[in-house]
Design a binder for this molecule. Structure first.
Ligand SMILES: Nc1ncnc2c1ncn2[C@@H]1O[C@H](COP(=O)(O)OP(=O)(O)OP(=O)(O)O)[C@@H](O)[C@H]1O
Ligand SMILES: [Mg+2]
Length: 380
């Protein structure tokens, strides 16, 4: 049985690449690196990053922007091996702008759109942190996947404690405005929840609050549901379309993880869940791995210290020897984790990215990651 091809070969003709995995393992870094790798292979790539570290954003030229992809300067990319027709565009997810754009797309006219956008309840719901990143990330993915400027969209995913939240996001688009629930609340005049609240004690409380604060919560709620109700079918249809996009034959899920036991277990769980929900698993990236070259694996700390004692003196040479042993132990543990991940995920050729010196904050450092993900091929 032959091993799976290298990762970038597996995503080379993708239309959508989703970079998912536990928090803090390198999803944003990998999304940017895969974007650069695909641009190097001549594709017009849009990378959607989510809260990238400020310096990575600056390196991508994202200092000034947000939701709309900006093209990374071709002159800078030329030096990194990206030549026409390859293009790299990068953006930073803006949940509020994405939510507002979705309302615009689903509204029958500008009046309805403006009414919803101005509604205080809408502002509250759309701006709340809980789940809105996952929700808007897939909404944004859908828009960019239908944008002719790009051949492929690479999506970073939010730093979520539970990577599975992301996969439920399409259902949440529908759940946000599930038709029947909305109908029950608007519920035709006197039978509606809002008017029932008004008739009961709650209404008295709300009216009291209104006198104190000047906020007419009841009226806001009623207008919110009345205005947004007719959009619920559109939300449901969009949720279905997003679900189809995530399961499309040209969509690829790359699972990124770290070599520690906790992220590794989360990655295994995520990979299993992908299969359950019928979404494709394309490959695994194990990032920030301690690596020792095969030829050095038997070299022990004592021998290292002995070699260095004359040059460094005993205390320093011994310290280097101890550090070397600690690194060897870590590397051995990481090799075991990678082997276990191969068995549990079924990717027999995962990409192992070593821990680099320093963080990945500028384009040259990003290229070092790209070169691991997509090793330059020797000239024929
Ligand atoms: N191979 C690597 N070697 C060294 N540093 C790395 C490597 N990969 C990523 N980093 C650094 O690790 C940090 C976390 O990476 P990144 O922001 O990509 O993780 P993330 O999964 O997107 O995190 P979050 O879940 O918070 O969004 C960053 O400071 C990044 O520069
Ligand atoms: Mg991130």
């Amino acid at each position: 049985m032959s091993a799976a091809p290298p990762l970038v070969d597996r995503i080379a003709d993708a239309h959508v690449v989703v970079c998912a995995g536990p928090g803090g393992v390198g999803k944003t870094t990998t999304a940017a690196a895969l974007g650069l790798a695909l641009a190097r292979r001549g594709r017009r790539v849009a990378v959607v990053t989510i809260d990238p570290a400020r310096r990575l954003a600056d390196a991508l030229g994202l200092g000034r922007l947000g939701n709309d992809p900006e093209r990374v300067d071709p002159a800078r990319l030329a030096g990194l091996g990206v030549a026409a027709p390859g293009e790299l565009w990068a953006s930073m997810l803006d949940p509020q702008a994405t939510f507002d754009a979705l309302i615009g797309e689903l509204s029958p006219d500008a009046r309805v759109r403006d009414e919803v956008l101005a509604n205080p309840i809408y502002r509250q719901i759309s701006g709340s942190a809980g789940g809105s990143h996952e929700f808007t990330a897939v909404a944004r993915l859908y828009d960019l996947a239908h944008d002719d400027r790009f051949d492929v969209v690479v999506l970073d995913t939010p730093p979520s404690r539970n990577a599975l939240d992301f996969l439920d996001a399409p259902e949440r688009i529908a759940g946000f405005l599930e038709g029947r629930a909305i109908q029950a609340i608007i519920g035709g005049g006197r039978r509606g929840v809002a008017s029932r609240i008004a008739r009961r004690g709650t209404g008295v409380v709300l009216r009291g609050l209104q006198r104190l604060t000047g906020v007419d919560l009841l009226r806001d709620l009623q207008t919110f549901f009345t205005t947004i109700g007719p959009l619920s079918d559109g939300f449901a249809a969009r949720a279905t379309a997003v679900g189809e996009l995530l399961r499309d034959g040209r969509t690829r899920f790359v699972v990124i993880t770290g070599p520690g036991p906790v992220p590794a277990a989360e990655a295994e769980f995520f990979r299993a869940h992908l299969a359950e929900v019928g979404m494709p698993f394309t490959g695994l990236v194990v990032n920030r791995v301690a690596v020792v070259a095969e030829r050095d694996r038997d070299l022990d700390g004592e021998s290292v210290a002995t070699t260095l004692r004359d040059a460094l003196g005993a205390p320093l040479a011994d310290a280097v020897g101890h550090t070397w042993d600690a690194h060897r132990r870590l590397a051995a543990r990481d090799r075991e984790t990678v082997a276990a991940l191969v068995r549990s995920t079924g990717d027999d050729a995962p990409t192992v990215v070593p821990t680099l010196d320093g963080e990945v904050f500028d384009l040259p450092a990003l290229v070092a990651v790209v070169d691991v993900l997509d090793p330059p091929r020797p000239a024929a």
